[in-house]
Design a protein around this ligand. Structure first.
Ligand code: ZN
Length: 171
């Protein structure tokens, strides 16, 4: 297993819609293992394939990454089929370091997905799990948390990022 490099904003790969997986094979399983390793190494609760530069509809989630017993959830070609309620939580993203913002989400979702063995599964989540599922499926559609906030906040974010990126380019 290996810890993979994480693509950071404004890398265009993060804005691109990922394509469905055609076959759950050993190559994909090994990518999933590496993605899980990368997520745990960053103490994150989720990671989507586009964040490691792979434009396929795959994500890993574990809402209790610090626990000894791992509760890894693998999403392959996930589809949210039910959603209800409303919840707001401050979210962060490995692809946007040092940034957190409140995002409004469905409070409960049901997702249809394949698991790591390629079997069809349904996963229902509420609270943090529901939020993680929506955050990661957003990544598969090229959406980041900054696409889920008000345009005013987004403009402030973009200005701040521009300044930081310019400052980085200075000798
Ligand atoms: Zn993210």
């Amino acid at each position: 297993m290996a810890v993979l490099e994480i693509m950071k904003y404004p890398n265009p790969v993060l804005k691109t819609k990922a394509v469905p997986v055609k076959e759950v094979d050993s190559e994909l399983q090994s990518l999933i293992n590496d993605m899980a390793e990368t997520m745990y190494a960053s103490s994150a609760i989720g990671l989507a394939a586009p964040q490691v530069g792979k434009l396929i509809r795959v994500a890993v989630i574990d809402v209790t990454p610090m626990l000894e017993d791992k509760n890894l959830i693998v999403l392959i070609n996930p589809r949210i089929v039910e959603k209800e309620g409303e919840t707001i939580l401050e979210e962060g993203c490995l692809s946007i370091p040092d940034y957190r913002e409140k995002v409004k989400r469905w409070a409960r979702v049901k997702v249809e997905t394949l698991d790591q063995e390629g079997k069809k599964r349904e996963i229902e989540g509420e609270g943090l799990l529901a939020i993680a599922i929506q955050h990661e499926t957003d990544h598969l559609d090229g959406m980041l948390i900054i696409d889920r906030i008000s345009s005013l906040k987004r403009n402030i974010f973009k200005k701040t990022m521009k300044k930081q990126l310019l400052a980085k380019d200075q000798p």
